[in-house]
Structure formats: C-alpha cells, structure tokens
Design a protein around this ligand. Structure first.
Ligand code: DC
Length: 223
C-alpha cells in the first residue's frame, strides 16, 4: 500500500510549508487540497456561479481541467492551461473557498481527485479532513495547530515581507471567522482524527515541527 502522511490543521499553522519540506525529504508526492477548493471557488467566481448552488458547483468540481505542475520553486496550479497559482491566494478566493467547502456536494466533487494523488513512492497531503475523510487509512496523521493570535502574527509578517501593509486586528478577526466556519460545519469539520498526532506549533520553529513529524515517520518505518 502506498504510504500516506496527512497534515491537517487551520490556515497559518504552517502545514503547507511543513508538508513541502517533508515531501522533499522523503521524495514523496504532495497534495495541497486547500488549493483545490480555492481553484473551484475561483472558477465559480469567474463563471458567475452562485456560491450556494451546490449542483452547479458539483458539476464544475468534477469537470475542472486542473493540473499541479512542478516548477523551480514548488508546484504551479494550472487551470485550463493558465497558471493561476497567485490568483487563488487572495482573501476573496479564500473566503469563497471556505464558504463552498461547507457544502457536501462540493466536497464530494473533489474527493476522487484528491485520492488519485496517493501514488508511489508516497504522498504528503495537507488540508482539513485528509486524515478523517480523504485518507482514513493513512499511515501517519498529523493535526498541526497554533493559536489564532500567532497565526495572525505570521500572516501579517508574511504580507509585510511581500511589501503589503495590513491590520493585525482585521487579520485576526478574519482568521477567527474562518476557523469558526471550518470547525463547526456539519460536513468534514476541521477536527483531529482520533489517531492523529496533535502538534501545537505556536511556540515551535518550522525545523522543530518537521523533526517531530519525521521522528514519527521513522518510528512507523515510512522512511
Ligand atoms: O488551506 P487553505 O486556506 O488553502 O484552504 C482554503 C479553504 O478550503 C479553507 O477555508 C477550508 C477549505 N478546505 C477544506 O474544507 N478541506 C480541505 N481539505 C482543504 C481546504
């Protein structure tokens, strides 16, 4: 069976960065499942589809012409031949993704597409429900958390590095709202799998988080 490591958690917990480092170290494939929800939200906004219209969103989800293409500094998100990696990383698309992700048919439309990433030599996937719903048989499940305040601080720092000034209070409010929606939705809520290793990264560095997970991966003979 293909080894699968799932890293779930809220936005800003560091799961994307940590997943990439671990996938590189193990030479595993990588799945950024949040990017899929963002692409679907982006395509819906672009096509003027109502964000509550589950049936149309389902059809759009199963028919997306989407590929993740390796590039020098990571993976490019390509929709209909166009690189939309940057376009899906704004608050408008993030908010829309969070909204549509609460709809059962939207989740169903992306499920099979996510499972197809589990190919040799292995997969590191990050998201919200990879350990609970998408890969319940994963050999190692991690739930990476951090306080909302710390995640807001990281986000402000990240934006400032890109030369964008932003308001800490506003960012914190957005994070708390998104968290609430993701954690309380009836379908695939953001909760740790019963057998997940819970790591609180609030006062940990990225290398410390990576080492904690790699130690567990070695203990389970995944590398
Ligand atoms: O990780 P992210 O911020 O790129 O994810 C965007 C949104 O997609 C987020 O609000 C929750 C949703 N999502 C989800 O519901 N399930 C996943 N496995 C991944 C993301």
């Amino acid at each position: 069976m293909t080894p699968v490591i799932t890293i779930d958690g809220p936005g800003g917990s560091g799961k994307g960065t940590v997943s990439k480092i671990i996938a590189d170290q193990l030479h595993f494939n990588i799945l950024d499942s949040g990017a899929m929800y963002r692409v679907l939200a982006y395509a819906a906004l672009k096509n003027g589809i109502d964000l509550g219209d589950e049936d149309r969103l389902y059809d759009l989800g199963v028919s997306l012409n989407l590929t993740f293409t390796p590039v020098d500094d990571g993976v490019a998100t390509v929709l209909d031949g166009e690189d939309i990696s940057l376009r899906i990383r704004n608050e408008e698309v993030g908010g829309a993704a969070s909204k549509i992700a609460a709809l059962p048919k939207v989740r169903a439309s992306l499920l099979e597409r996510q499972r197809q990433f589990a190919t040799a030599p292995g997969l590191v996937g990050d998201g919200r429900d990879l350990g609970t719903v998408v890969f319940p048989e994963a050999q190692l499940k991690v739930f990476l958390d951090a306080s909302a305040e710390e995640r807001a601080r990281r986000r402000v720092k990240q934006m400032e590095q890109k030369g964008v000034n932003c308001d800490y209070g506003q960012i914190l409010k957005e994070i708390q709202e998104r968290d609430h929606r993701d954690r309380t939705r009836p379908v695939a809520p953001l909760v740790p799998a019963a057998d997940a290793l819970v790591v609180d990264s609030t006062s940990m560095t990225i290398p410390e988080v990576v080492e904690t997970i790699m130690k567990e991966a070695r203990a389970r003979k995944l590398c």
